[in-house]
Design a protein. Structure first.
Length: 265
């Protein structure tokens, strides 16, 4: 290496391309912004093209951040294959995949419908399998490409904790924790980092009913050692860490970003 060349800094994502599924709003949009701020070119994604384009424009916001948009349904294998193919063709090879798209359904278990169960599994788990399989096929073909490529799955405090009324959602987030560990075993030998980021409670469309429930909202703050709900900016450092060379020897871990909620009873 000459004096003028340098290896990327531990948190430097310049020259890297990231896809964040479900980044047209909420947590995904915050993760996309954080990765773009660290220098990555970011593909903003959802099912609704207009919403994705608006989010991409907000993230770019004249600040020199590089964004593209892509729309496909993460539950559909053919759409996933075609969508990743379009990204590779138009933006270039992906280096970072964040499996963030997800949904929540709440009901007492006796009233939980088959459709809701199937939607939860498809959107929260099958999607991560389909997307990870698709990028792994490309990435394994050139194993020792540097820097390390990364898959970041989005779990939840429900990857560890059970709570009444959302057992099927908890099952999907538990599955994400184990998918992460298994994929790390499969992909670490190919210089691919696989970890999960597991948020506590954050105010988004997904949690709007909880935010509106004053009693529940107060319970979240009380149950969290940090004494509050998460702010979307709390996720920026952790996602950049998991996407960057700083985490190259971290494999199969679930990083809880929850103000300590899962650390205490
Ligand atoms: P939102 O409902 O605010 O956003 C969900 C995103 O996923 C949207 O961009 C939506 O885009 C996209 N999406 C949903 N279904 C599909 C699909 N089938 N195909 C493609 N895109 C889809 O959710 P949050 O931001 O709150 O949650 C993001 C992730 O974080 C989820 O995995 C969730 O489980 C997890 N999480 C959230 C917590 C919170 O407190 N909010 C806590 C812990 C984990 P579009 O509608 O355009 O398709």
């Amino acid at each position: 290496m000459t004096d003028t060349q340098r290896s990327p800094g531990p948190f430097d994502l310049a020259g890297r391309t990231a896809l964040v599924t479900g980044s047209s709003r909420g947590i995904g949009a915050a993760l996309a912004l954080a990765l773009a701020d660290a220098g990555a070119t970011v593909v903003v994604h959802g099912r609704d093209a207009e919403r994705a384009a608006a989010a991409a424009a907000r993230i770019a916001d004249g600040a020199g951040r590089q964004t593209f948009t892509e729309t496909f349904d993460v539950t559909d294998a053919e759409q996933v294959d075609a969508g990743i193919g379009r990204i590779v063709e138009t933006v270039g090879p992906l280096d970072i995949l964040v499996n963030n798209a997800g949904l929540q359904r709440r009901a007492p278990i006796t009233e939980f419908t088959d459709d809701d169960w199937n939607d939860l599994l498809a959107t929260n788990v099958t999607s991560a399998f389909l997307l990870s399989r698709r990028v792994a096929r490309d990435w394994i073909a050139d194993t020792w490409r540097q820097p390390q490529r990364k898959i970041i799955n989005i779990g939840s405090v429900q990857s560890r904790l059970g709570r009444a009324g959302i057992a099927p959602y908890s099952a999907t987030k538990g599955a994400i924790a184990m998918l992460t560990r298994g994929l790390a075993a499969d992909l670490a030998p190919h210089n691919i980092g696989v970890n999960a980021l597991a948020p506590g409670y954050f105010a988004t469309e997904l949690t709007s009913a909880l935010v509106a429930d004053a009693e529940f909202s107060a319970w979240v703050a009380k149950r969290t050692p940090a004494g509050r709900w998460g702010e979307l900016s709390d996720l920026a450092g952790p996602v950049v860490f998991l996407a960057a060379p700083a985490s190259d020897f971290v494999q199969g871990q679930v990083l809880f970003v929850d103000g300590g909620m899962t650390a205490v009873v």
